[in-house]
Structure formats: C-alpha cells, structure tokens
Design a protein around this ligand. Structure first.
Ligand code: GTP
Ligand code: SPV
Ligand code: MN
Length: 595
C-alpha cells in the first residue's frame, strides 16, 4: 500500500516507521465516508465504540481512566538548546529524547494496523494552509482526524506533486502479542507517555496516549506548537484563539479573536447567540487562529481546523444552544455518560438528571452516585459545517480582518468583568501576565491559579520571552491597523461561590461595548489597570442584575492588584534577558499607577 505513495520523503518515512514499529499492516487513508464507516464498524465489533440510537451517525467511546486529557508534564519542546525552548516548556535534547522514544516505538504497533493519514490544516490548497501526515495505530484517531482536519485524497495528490508536509508520528504504545485480546482503550502508562515536538525540523513524535490533543496531532501539536515556531520565523501568528464575526443592527461587521485557556469559554463565546437586540454572532473557529498581515496592512485570521473538539459538561440548550444543535448527528463522544435509551448525557446538559445512566467508566450510575456521570473533560468531536451559525466565510482562504483581541481566564476574584488596554504595549502586557485557574483539560490539579500568557503556556513551541517580543514586533508592523486589545473575566464569584455574571449569551453585552469603543462611540473611565466602561455604558437592557452586583463585577481592589505585582515580577524574572524591556516598563508603570 505504501508503495503507491509518490512523494519520496513520505515514502521513505512510511518505510522507516513501519520498520521501527512493526505493524501487522499499513493502510493509507483517503478520508472518505466509506473509510470512516468501515473503521467505526470495526471499533463497534471490537467493543470500543457504542453507536447511539438517539443520534444518527454518532458513537460513544470510553477512554482508559488514566488517559482523559492532555499531559503537560509529559509534553516536550525539544530544541537544540534548552534556552530556545524557554522556561515554560519541558526540554530534553533531541538526540536523547529520540533515543528514548525510538526504544519505545520499537515494535510498538505489533498486531495492529498502521494508518497513514494525509491531512490539511486550513482549506486544501490555500496558501496559508499546511499539510501534515499523521501515522497512527489508532482507528479512533483516524475517525477523529476525519472530522477535525481535512483528510482527503486531494491532499495525497498535492503530496504526490511534491508538496512538503509535517510528519506527525503517533502510537498508543500498546502492541498486541499473537492471540492477545485487545482492551477497550489501549494506551501506555503515564510515565512512558511522551508528546514531543522538534520545532527546528518541523517534526512531532507522540507516544502512549489516545486522547485529544495528545493524539490528534494536527491540533495542538501542529497547529499551535509547531506552527507558533514557524510563525515567528516567518512573521505571522498561530494563537490559541476563537474567531467570531459580530454584526451590529446597522449591518456593520466586527471580527474578534479571543484567547482563553483550555476549558475557559472559547467554544461557548464563538457560537454565542447575543441577547442584545439586533446583534448577530457567527462562528469562524473555536480554538485556533492563524493570522497574517494582508495586502491592506490589516491582520487576517483563518481557522485551520475542520471541526470542534469541545468540552461536553456544562453544554446545554440554555448555555450553548448552537453547540447542542451542532452535536445532533455525526459526532464522536468521548467519556460522556450513556442513557438507557441510547443517548449521551453529561453534567449540566439538562435540569432533570436521568434516573439511571452508564457512567464514563462503564458502571451503573444513579443521581445518588458520588462521582460525576461524565468526566469533567468529556468531549464531543463534531464537524464545524454542522454548526447552525457557522460563518459563510469560515473557509475563506483569505481569512477575516481582526478588529479586536480579547484575553482572559478564570479568576474567581480580583479581575473585573471587562477592561481595555491603553495601547498595544499595554495589551501585550495584559496577555503576557494573564492568569487563570487550572482546569481538567490537563491531567493535574484543578483550580490552581497560574500565569498562562496568551493562553499559550502549554502550546508555545519556543521561548515564551521571544514570543512576547514577536507580539510586540507584530504590533509595530501593524501600526494603526493593530486590533484593539481587551481583557475579560466571566468567572468572578460572590463570597458564597456563585458566578456574579450570567455569562454565555449575555457576554454579547460586553462585546457590544468593545465595538462601541473601537467606533469611538463611548468614552471610558481611566483606571490604574486600564479603561473600564463608564457607568451606564454596558447595555444591560432586559437583564435582571442588581446595581450592587454590577458594582462588584467592575470593582478594582487596588490592594489586591498591588499584591499581584511581586508575582508578575517573579513570572517575568523567569525569562531573564529574553524578556522584552518594553514589558518591564509596563510592569513598572502599573506599579506606579497603583501607588
Ligand atoms: P478548550 O476546548 O479546552 O480549549 O475549552 P474552551 O475554551 O473552548 O471552553 P468552553 O467554551 O468549552 O467552556 C468550558 C466550560 O466553561 C464549559 O463547562 C462551559 O459551560 C463553561 N463556560 C463557558 N463560558 C462561560 C461563561 O460565560 N460563564 C460561565 N459561568 N461558564 C462558562
Ligand atoms: C485544550 O485543552 O485546549 C483543547 C482540548 O482544546 S485538546 O485537544 O485535548 O488539547
Ligand atoms: Mn483549546
């Protein structure tokens, strides 16, 4: 099969990998529906996929309980020097890491099929798109890649014509001895998992996990870690950002890109239905933005993905109806609960909790059970084209011109609902110092506050100090065309632990204020941390929220902000002389304003 591949580099790579991993057979994917159905049929027969009677073309998978999220501790940026990877990334030198991983890869596909998956990030053939080829021994990965990327024989034709590609090697790390019965979700133990990136040679090696960002290598590995390093070299940007189009009642369009850490609201904001009269929101992307400066000097964004790998818990017709409609059919669900009538369920999906479920571990579950029925990082994989508010320009190879950048995160205190940066440098400072409580999108503690600059801590493929500088350089190049920068926090809580802001659709009120700011329609209040909405400027029409709560949402506790200064200083100190002086200047200016 591999012999029919005409691209020399690809042919050689397939042979090398097959020699090393020793699969039973090699299969080159073509991305067709038949291929998908065949693969699913095998997984149903093998017991790993459960077809859902209530959702046409949809399947439920349950992962191994140890393999439920990304593994940041086992993720490596392997550059020739440690300095190049920087203080926020795990580093092992490439020679050593490759030796270790070759040891693991040796014979790791025994008894399995090795799939060769040619895919495009971005519309096939577009000048901004990148071609990758994932080699994987997981049919679950093949089916997910069909949805999340563009897998097609047209990609193979481009490769045959000599186009270059990014090799993405993946194994679940669970060879089968002759006659050995397979388990439902084969994977390797945590200590032999490796998610490795070699940005200097555009190469990805992943071993031991079958889950999400660890295994679907087009997403975080290629489109963020490798792409961010390419983007710096080539003068563009690869960001952990949703992209949306907002249209005001007069028909004026605004394009917004927002960076929030994992499980902090990107998918929800990207397909939100505004509660404010006459405003419309359309989704272009929910997780990743690739942005280049266009001929007119503005910044244009595309979504390199083809689907959504979205957080299930908390998704409901109340909170995110567009996502609920997106997942009605042709969806892969992972680690959700199963209802008795053959549907999926998760915490927050309905007010009424089903009396009986099979939980994500495959056990009987009732409302009295102590654990959640769905895992907190349970996910749906759904085609972007199925989203009822997908923008007609979502596949436009030229992208959409970005007017507004938003940074944010989960902060139960201190940070107000919204504020605006004074200028680009201040905005980059806000991005560089963004902090958020950790979530279950990563294996590890949940709810710990950490600095997560630009929501890119787990995804930046090079030294984060250089990344800050790249942002400053992009601003210099964009000049007056640079998007305006805002910061939001939907997650401020009352002393009783309740969210103060209704969030979701009502976030449109905050976006409206941003649009009015960039149009120069409203004055703002200058504060030590940035511009805040002046009293009455946030459109709260029809919203039942007390003036006291609004005041608390907007409150700036100067002491609490002053207490952040030493922490930001320590955060910046990690970058040594890679920290741009302009950010040190911003920190000193903030300190003085808070005095
Ligand atoms: P990744 O896919 O991991 O990158 O996550 P994401 O940034 O796309 O987050 P997502 O939109 O899936 O939201 C994660 C969780 O936060 C879900 O449980 C949502 O219900 C919840 N959430 C999203 N937006 C809001 C909001 O405005 N307010 C509140 N209270 N919760 C929200
Ligand atoms: C994230 O964690 O930011 C995700 C999910 O989007 S995963 O694809 O697993 O990285
Ligand atoms: Mn994400």
């Amino acid at each position: 099969m591999a012999m029919s591949v005409k691209n020399e580099k690809l042919n050689k790579w397939i042979r090398e990998v097959a020699d090393m991993c020793q699969p039973e057979s090699v299969y080159v994917c073509n991305g067709t529906k038949e291929e998908y159905d065949l693969m699913m049929a095998k997984m149903i027969a093998g017991g790993s996929a459960t077809p859902l009677k209530k959702r046409p073309g949809s399947y439920l998978f349950r992962s191994d309980p140890s393999d439920v999220a990304r593994v940041e501790d086992r993720t490596y940026i392997s550059t020739s020097s440690r300095e190049e990877a920087g203080p926020t990334n795990n580093w092992v030198n490439p020679t050593e890491l490759k030796e270790t991983m070759k040891g693991l890869y040796k014979g790791c596909m025994k008894g399995r099929t090795m799939y060769v998956i040619p895919f495009s990030m971005g519309p096939i053939g577009s000048p901004i798109s990148k071609i990758g080829v994932e080699i994987s021994d997981s049919p679950y990965v093949v089916c997910n890649m069909h949805i999340m990327t563009r897998v097609s024989s047209r990609v193979m034709e481009l490769l045959d014509a000599g186009e270059d590609f990014i090799p993405c090697l993946h194994s679940i790390g669970a060879p089968l001895a002759p006659g050995q019965e397979d388990v439902q979700w084969p994977c390797a133990p945590i200590e032999s998992k490796y998610i490795s990136h070699f940005p200097e040679e555009n190469l990805i090696w992943s071993y031991g996990s079958g889950y999400g960002g660890n295994a679907l290598l087009g997403k975080k590995c290629l489109a963020l870690r490798i792409a961010s390093a390419m983007a710096r070299r080539e003068g563009w940007m690869a960001e952990h950002m949703l992209i949306l189009r907002l249209t005001n009642p007069e028909g004026k369009q605004y394009h917004i890109a927002a960076a929030f850490p994992s499980a902090c609201g990107k998918t929800n904001l990207a397909m939100m239905r505004p509660t404010i009269q006459g405003w419309k929101c359309e989704c272009i992307g929910d997780d990743i933005a690739w942005m280049k400066i266009g001929p007119d000097g503005r910044l244009y964004a595309i979504n390199p993905e083809n689907g959504f790998f979205g957080v299930a818990p908390g998704t409901s017709y109340d909170t995110n109806p567009m996502a609920m409609d997106t997942v009605r059919e042709n969806v892969i669900f992972t680690n959700c609960a199963l209802t008795d009538d053959g549907d999926v369920w998760w915490e927050g999906m309905t007010d009424e909790v089903p009396p009986h479920l099979i939980d994500w571990k495959g056990r009987d579950w009732t409302p009295h059970s102590r654990e959640d029925a769905a895992h907190a990082n349970a996910r749906f994989t759904a085609p972007a084209s199925q989203c009822p508010v997908i923008c007609k320009d979502w596949e436009n190879p030229n992208g959409v011109p970005i007017d507004i950048f938003i940074f944010g995160g989960r902060r139960n205190s201190v940070v107000p609902l919204v504020f605006e940066a004074y200028d680009w440098d201040h905005g980059v400072f806000l991005g560089a110092t963004a902090a958020s409580e950790t979530t279950s999108a990563n294996i590890g503690a949940v709810g710990n506050l950490r600095r997560d600059p630009f929501a890119m801590t787990p995804f930046c493929g090079y030294n984060m100090g250089d990344y800050f500088r790249h942002w400053l350089d992009m601003g210099d190049r964009l000049g007056k065309n640079a998007p305006r920068i805002f910061y939001v926090n939907w997650f401020r809580k009352s002393p009783e632990g309740m969210f103060l802001w209704p969030g979701f659709s009502d976030n449109s009120r905050v976006l409206k204020w941003m649009c009015e700011r960039i149009d120069g329609r409203v004055e703002a209040q200058k504060t030590p941390i940035g511009f805040l909405p002046a009293e009455g400027d946030l459109d709260l029409a029809g919203l039942d929220i007390s003036p006291e709560i609004m005041k608390e949402l907007m409150r700036i506790d100067t002491d609490a902000w002053a207490a952040e200064i030493p922490d930001i200083r320590a955060h910046f100190a990690k970058f040594g002389n890679r920290l741009p002086e302009r950010l040190a200047v911003q920190l000193e200016a903030l300190r003085r304003r808070l005095e």
